[in-house]
Ligand binder design. Structure first.
Ligand code: PMP
Length: 415
């Protein structure tokens, strides 16, 4: 029971102090907990205007300003923004926009969406079907039709997945074969996280996204960058898709846009897509809380803090401190791989280093519990990974406490 927070520290109901190496648990607390200035902004906005719809001809000043601010930093050409209440809604909005764009452009057969195994895109029927973890789809079907999954760029398991082929060559051939099988004129879009977060911080080879982009462009297929985790500094930049050379047509965001102080998401898209989907009878899509003025006010102040305090640069330092602090794990038999990308890290745990068989999930949870109980550090067990995604304000000393705790527990438990 977490009841209070300040910076990278939280306190439970018994008053126990815990270091939050997970950024609120779900990669979202960028500016850290307990920011008085954000509380004040929220209170002021509630007094001024707590809510009014942004449907039809209505809008509000904060939402318009936030859209302009996002467009300023967005990947080239993405000037239009649709607001949502979170990541899953952003992903659903993006896939609807992609399909509708093709319909309004005279290509109604483009309905297929390509996604990847090991991805995480949300839990609604749309985003949940795109998500690459089967438990999300089991027992709740039928799921969204016309979704196809490709292999992920997972270099630690390159041998198992790609044989002796170059990973990017394998993945591009798979993409081309999939498009050929579905029919190039039947595919609407491909969606991908620039770096796969939930899948275990999987950074693709540098030539992966440029080559994917080239194939998609040659077939008129849109690319959606799911930046719900990566945007707003977590990997050292505003939008990670820019440094991966994805050149997306749409970008989905949420989480760090408000650092968790308000449930807000945003979908960025090109003028061309925005114009197509709002033509004719318009885009029949919108949530009660789309464009919420309190969310937008908090987002603006949150982005000011991220910029003003240089938190994107600190994310890169956090990555360096993690790399150094986690280096001793290289000698432990249960650690298969350690992957760090900015202020995100995954420690992939295995039952056997030779076969790379994943460690049992209950054992991974047990280790995370041990790290919390013995050292007061919260890490996140996710599949067979221990995930770190701290607030971007985390200090060097706090990262050292985190890495030492992990190294101590994994060494002591014979892992
Ligand atoms: N996309 C990605 C890449 C995510 O990691 C998540 C959530 N972790 C989502 C979408 C869904 O966001 P939400 O939980 O806010 O619906």
């Amino acid at each position: 029971m977490i009841v209070r927070g300040k910076g990278s520290t939280v306190w439970d109901a018994e008053g126990t102090e815990l270091l939050d190496a997970t950024g609120g648990g779900l990669w979202n607390s960028h500016v850290g907990h307990g920011r008085r200035e954000l509380a004040e902004i929220m209170a002021k906005q509630v007094e001024e205007l707590e809510y009014f719809t942004t449907f039809h001809e209505f809008g509000n000043d904060k939402t318009i300003r936030l859209a302009a601010r996002l467009a300023e930093h967005a990947p080239a050409g993405l000037n239009k923004v649709f607001f949502t209440s979170g990541g899953s809604e952003s992903v659903d909005t993006a896939i609807k926009a992609a399909r509708l764009f093709h319909v309004r452009s005279g290509e109604p057969d483009r309905t297929w969406i390509i996604s990847r195994s090991a991805s995480y895109h949300g839990c609604t029927y749309g985003s949940g079907t795109l998500t690459g973890f089967e438990p999300m789809q089991i027992g709740v079907g039928p799921n969204l039709p016309h979704v196809e999954k490709l292999s992920p760029p997972y270099l630690y398991r390159a041998g198992e997945l790609y044989g002796d082929q170059d990973p990017t060559d394998f993945l591009i051939a798979e993409l081309e074969q999939t498009i050929a099988r579905l029919g190039p004129g039947n595919v609407a879009a491909m969606i991908g996280e620039p770096v796969m977060a939930g899948g275990g911080v999987l950074t693709p080879p540098p030539d992966y996204w440029p080559r994917v982009r080239e194939v998609l462009s040659s077939h008129g297929i849109l690319l959606i960058a799911d930046e719900v985790v990566t945007a707003f500094g977590r990997t050292g930049v505003w939008f990670d898709s820019v440094q991966r050379e994805m050149e997306p047509d749409l970008v989905t965001t949420a989480k760090g846009i408000t650092s968790g102080y308000f449930a807000l998401g945003a979908v960025l898209m090109s003028d061309e897509i925005a114009e197509a989907i709002t033509a004719d009878m318009g885009f029949f899509h919108g949530h009660t809380y789309s464009g919420h003025p309190v969310g937008a006010a908090v987002a603006l102040a949150n982005l000011d803090i991220i910029e003003g305090e240089g938190l994107a640069a600190n994310a890169l330092s956090i990555g360096d401190w993690f790399r150094a602090g986690l280096a001793p794990l290289a000698d432990l038999p249960s650690v298969g791989d350690v992957r760090v990308e900015g202020a995100m890290a995954a420690i992939e745990l295995v039952a056997d280093r030779g076969s790379r068989a994943p460690m049992d999930i209950p054992a991974v949870f047990g280790l995370a519990d041990e790290i919390r109980k013995h050292h007061g550090v919260i890490v996140r067990p996710y599949g067979n990974n221990i995930i770190l995604s701290p607030p971007l304000v985390m200090t060097q000393v706090e990262t050292e406490v985190t890495t030492k705790s992990i190294v101590e527990v994994l060494s002591r438990t014979g892992s």
